[in-house]
Write a protein that binds this ligand. Structure first.
Ligand SMILES: Cc1cc2nc3c(=O)[nH]c(=O)nc-3n(C[C@H](O)[C@H](O)[C@H](O)COP(=O)(O)OP(=O)(O)OC[C@H]3O[C@@H](n4cnc5c(N)ncnc54)[C@H](O)[C@@H]3O)c2cc1C
Length: 347
């Protein structure tokens, strides 16, 4: 069997991308999915998914379950950090879904030909299989087999804090707050609301001490809108994460190795596209394999789009956190995004 007509497929990683691929692959393939940390399926925060992800969820047979488990974000807007609206409220039809619920839905869609093994793959080159797929996240081991120059993940200067709100945020507070020095977001989510902030930090890189990161964030939020200061003041249960990205790869496919999801294109989270692009990678790859189309054709379809998303989310991060000069940025944003609303304008 060749990688283009694989009968036995090894998938490394059972996050969003790996589970979606295993669920979408033709039932004629024998699939072994390796997951090193199965307990992570119950962990993680809310993921905001754009409407462009729905066809992939439908193809996987999980759209209804995911919609039921999520909360529509509804109208939101882009605001300056101090709370001045930069755009009118706009409904971009985003869905806020807890990561555990998304993983549970994908796990429930696995067919009988998928065997899930709880182990850490130390040497993906030693795996059996006509095809070995790296869905192993930003620290991917499979990536080195696809593009040795892109083996190592890249550290960014930014850290993210994420937390829950016990109550649904007020409509006028929903949206993204842009700098100087901090990016913050507030959305409704099942059980209340979800918030995140990002700022530049020299701490770490890892592990991060949450109280230290919170203290930094509170300093960066001096002068921020009351809702942003309030969520940082009452941040019990918040987690802090250093943001890492994948290096820009020249390829996602080599011989019998393929990478997808964060393994291929982990990006800063500004555009809320990481998980969605992983889902799209998975269903398009499965469809290419089912149609006996070449893996290179799949790469031609997915690599340019995800490279642009990766670069754009980094550019948005820089723009959002802009220091001096942000007033000029805010004026330009009002002019360019005024009619369309935040997410639509940045897509
Ligand atoms: C702060 C923040 C906010 C975000 N917000 C959003 C958002 O709103 N919307 C959105 O779409 N995306 C968002 N993302 C991005 C999203 O979380 C990721 O893009 C997505 O979860 C990647 O899924 P994945 O399956 O590709 O990788 P991962 O979730 O990293 O899964 C990889 C899996 O592989 C396993 N693994 C790794 N190595 C091995 C090995 N050697 N052997 C066996 N198993 C292994 C790991 O245990 C893990 O379960 C955000 C990210 C961050 C950091």
């Amino acid at each position: 069997m060749s990688p283009a007509h694989p009968r036995r497929i090894a998938v490394v990683g059972g996050g969003v991308s790996g589970l979606a691929l295993a669920a979408a692959l033709p039932r004629t393939a024998e699939v072994v999915l390796h997951e090193a940390q199965p307990e992570r399926a119950g962990a993680g925060w809310t993921l905001v998914l754009g409407p462009w992800v729905r066809p992939a969820l439908h193809r996987l047979g999980v759209l209804d379950a995911v919609v039921r488990a999520g909360t529509p974000v509804g109208p939101g807007r882009l605001l300056a950090l101090d709370g001045r609206p930069l755009t009118p409220a706009h409904d971009a039809h985003l869905l806020a879904v807890p990561r555990p619920a998304l993983l549970a839905a994908l796990g429930g869609a696995l067919g009988p030909s998928v065997r899930v093994v709880h182990d850490e793959v130390l040497d993906p080159a030693a795996l059996d299989g006509d095809l070995v797929v790296g869905a192993d996240g930003v620290r991917s081991r499979v990536r080195a087999l696809v593009d040795p120059a892109g083996a190592e993940r890249l550290v960014t200067p930014w850290v993210a804090l994420r937390g829950r709100l016990g109550t649904t945020p007020a409509r006028e507070d929903v949206g993204e707050y842009w700098g100087p020095g901090m990016l913050a977001g507030v959305v409704p989510s099942p059980g209340g609301g979800y918030w995140f902030t990002t700022h530049r930090s020299a701490l770490g890189p890892e592990p991060l001490d949450v109280p230290e990161v919170l203290a930094e964030a509170r300093r960066a939020a001096t002068g921020a809108a009351p809702v942003v200061r309030a969520l940082l003041d009452d941040a019990s249960g918040a987690t802090a994460t250093r943001l890492w990205v994948a290096p820009p790869l020249r390829r996602y496919v080599r011989d019998r190795y393929v990478v997808l999801g964060d393994a291929a294109h982990a990006m800063t989270p500004n555009l809320g596209r990481g998980a969605g692009e992983g889902l799209l990678d998975a269903v398009t790859l499965a469809d290419h394999l089912a149609g006996h189309r070449s893996l290179v054709t799949w790469q031609v379809r997915r690599l340019p789009r995800t490279r642009v998303a990766r670069a754009a989310s980094s550019a948005v991060m820089r723009l959002a956190l802009l220091g001096p000069g942000h007033a000029l940025r805010d004026r330009a944003l009002r002019l360019s995004l005024g009619a369309a609303g935040p997410r639509a304008g940045r897509r």
